[in-house]
Design a protein around this ligand. Sequence first.
Ligand code: MRU
Length: 357
Amino acid sequence: MNELENVRNVRLNEAGDKVLILDQEKLPNVEEYLELGNAEELYDAIFRLKVRGAPAIGICAGYGMYVLAKQIETEDFDTFYKEWKEKKDYLDSSRPTAVNLSWALNRMEKVVLNHREQSVAEIKELLLAESRMIQAEDVQMCKAISEHGLSLLKDGDGVLTHCNAGPLATSKYGTALGPLMLGKERGMEFHVFADETRPLLQGARLTAYELQKAGVDVTLICDNMAGLVMKNGWVDACLVGCDRIAANGDAANKIGTSVVAVLAKYYHIPFYVLGPTSTIDMHCPTGEDITIELRDPEEIRSRFYEEPQALAEVKCYNPAFDVTPHELITGIVTEHGVIRAPFQENIAKMFQEHPAK
Ligand code: MRU
C-alpha cells in the first residue's frame, strides 16, 4: 500500500508486533518515536495524548488490536474472542469523546465476529488487513476532504484554526489543515492564525509546527485574540476539525471551538467543520448526547509552566471538548462533499447515498 509508505505518525513496526507512534506529547522540541506493545502502553499513549486527533487515535487502536491479537495463544475461538474483547473494551475506555476510537475498534470486532468459522491464525491475518485498510482509507478521505475544503478558499485567504487537525492527527494532509496543505502543494498562499489552544497547546505545539514545516505562513495567537484578528478583517474563513458530530450537525471539538464559532458568526465569517464521515455518530441525536471528557486539573494549574500558575487548592474545571451548535456552522466538509443546513436532513441524505461501513 503505497499511500502508507510516507506516513510517520502512526504505523506498525517491521516485525508487526508493536505500534510505532511519533510522540506528540514531546513535540515540537523533540521528535521521538515510541513503540507500543501491550494494552497498558496503548491505553496510556491515547489517554496522555501521545497519539491524538480523532482519526489517528482510531488508526492506532486498529493496529493495537492486531498486535494484541497476535499475543493471544490459543486456537479456540471463544477463548480468543473473550481475551481480545476485554482488551478492546479497555482501549475503548481511554478517551470517550472522539468517536473514531470506538468506530475503529468496532470495525475490528466485526472482522473477528464475521469470521468465527475460520481459524484464529486466519482471523489474525484479517485483523492486520483491516487495520491497514483503516489507515489507507484515512489517507484517501483526508485527500478528498482537503479537495472539498480547498474549493471553499481562494488564494491569499486568511484562515483561523483551533487545536490541531493536521497530518499528525490523521495520516496525511489532515482535515482542517488539509486544504491548506493541499493548496500549498499547488502553489497557493494562505495566512493562517493558529489558536494556541489552552490548556494542552496543540495549536502552538502541533499546528504551528506542522504549518511552519510545510512552508505555510502561520501566526500563533492566544485563544483570547481570535476576536481581534477577526475584527481586523484578517480572517476569511475558520476551519476546525471534529471529534464527534451528532445526527443534527452539532459538532464536538477541542474546548474553545464553540467560542470561535460564536465570534465567526458575529463577524460574518464562514465557519467550517472538517472531518471524515466516520466522525458522524448517528446514534447521537444532538450535541447534548455527546460525552465530554474531563481531564486532570493539573493540565490547567501547572503543566507547561516552571511554577504552578494557581494555588494547589484552587478548584479547576477542565473539559477537553465543547460542542458547537449546528446553527453556528456554515458547512460540514466530509470526504463526500460539503453538507450545509438543514443538517439533520442533509446528513441523513448523505448516509443514504454513501452508506457507512
Ligand atoms: O484532545 P485532542 O488533541 O485529541 O483533540 C483533537 C481535536 O479536537 C481535533 O480537532 C479533532 O480530533 C480532529 S483531528 C483531525
